[in-house]
Design a protein around this ligand. Structure first.
Ligand SMILES: NC(=O)c1ccc[n+]([C@@H]2O[C@H](COP(=O)([O-])OP(=O)(O)OC[C@H]3O[C@@H](n4cnc5c(N)ncnc54)[C@H](O)[C@@H]3O)[C@@H](O)[C@H]2O)c1
Length: 254
């Protein structure tokens, strides 16, 4: 970190900070003494010093969120792009509206929030952490649009890491498996069948078999926190899996 910034608390901006992973992330950074801002369409997070109403689908809203945070705190040290939406459905039946929503929130939002943050992260030698998914590094049947968005986030993170390496700004993606959050509960509700059966089907895909469980938002937040620390200085351009081995490869069926 630049000496000019060393004396005061660092600042993190989390998009989707009212959601499961986002709010756990804000809590983790607040506990670590950072000043915290939440950019979400809904105001719902605790542990924030600032809420900025933001729709990440809109480029001017992304720019306004970054400008507002920098204007209030005078600096930006980390951007966590956690705003996201899930979409499930076969490709032939996916509407243009659903496709645009998932790409615009997950990929376009991540891209333009990052773009707006760059000039402010360079002076603090800060970092960007993007929420990708196991679906950003392997195909998930029945979720092609979501995979397209998260695959985009994974490779965008790598490309931006290369682009920003000379500035000292690091860019990484975190790729969780199934996390116990409002998103997962919404998936189960919208599955059209029994929610317990939906959860059981997901857990059956994990190599732990009978002992498989969903990941807690706090576990993802801890990885994001780790990536923003000085001891992670050598980590940039990574797609870091936190998925109980879900994406590690093929394992034999029972
Ligand atoms: N829950 C999982 O199983 C899981 C797994 C892998 C990756 N992820 C990813 O992690 C991220 C966080 O997921 P979560 O589980 O916390 O979901 P969540 O639904 O609990 O939270 C998502 C948040 O994004 C906000 N949001 C949605 N559209 C927005 C927009 N246009 N502008 C600003 N904010 C918007 C919502 O209001 C919500 O607060 C997402 O990108 C998701 O795709 C989640």
């Amino acid at each position: 970190m630049n000496d000019a910034f060393a004396a005061e608390s660092p600042v993190v901006l989390v998009t989707g900070g009212s959601g499961g992973i986002g709010s756990a992330t804000l809590q983790r950074f607040a506990t670590g003494g950072w000043r915290c801002a939440n950019a979400d369409v809904n105001d719902g997070a605790n542990h924030v010093d600032m809420y900025v109403s933001t729709d990440v689908r809109n480029v001017s809203s992304c720019r306004a969120a970054i400008a507002g945070v920098v204007s209030k705190f005078g600096r930006l040290d980390a951007l966590v792009n956690a705003a996201g939406v899930w979409h499930e459905g076969v490709t032939a039946d996916t509407s243009e509206e659903d496709f645009d929503r998932v790409i615009d929130v997950n990929l376009k939002g991540t891209y333009f929030m990052s773009a707006a943050a760059i000039e402010h992260l360079a002076p603090t030698r800060g970092c960007i952490v993007n929420l990708s998914s196991d679906a950003g590094i392997q195909g998930n049947s029945g979720a092609a649009a979501y995979c397209a968005s998260k695959g985009g986030v994974s490779l965008f993170s790598k490309a931006l890491a290369l682009e920003l390496a000379p500035t000292g700004v690091r860019v990484n993606a975190v790729c969780p498996g199934d996390v116990d959050s409002p998103m997962l509960r919404g998936q189960a509700r919208n599955s059209g069948g029994d929610e317990r059966a939906y959860y059981d089907r997901l857990l059956a895909g994990y190599p732990q078999r009978a002992t498989a469980r969903f990941i807690r938002p706090e576990e993802v937040a801890e990885i994001i926190w780790f990536l923003a620390q000085p001891h992670a200085a050598a980590i940039t351009g990574a797609n870091l899996s936190i998925d109980f081995g879900l994406s590690a490869g093929i394992f034999p069926a029972d």
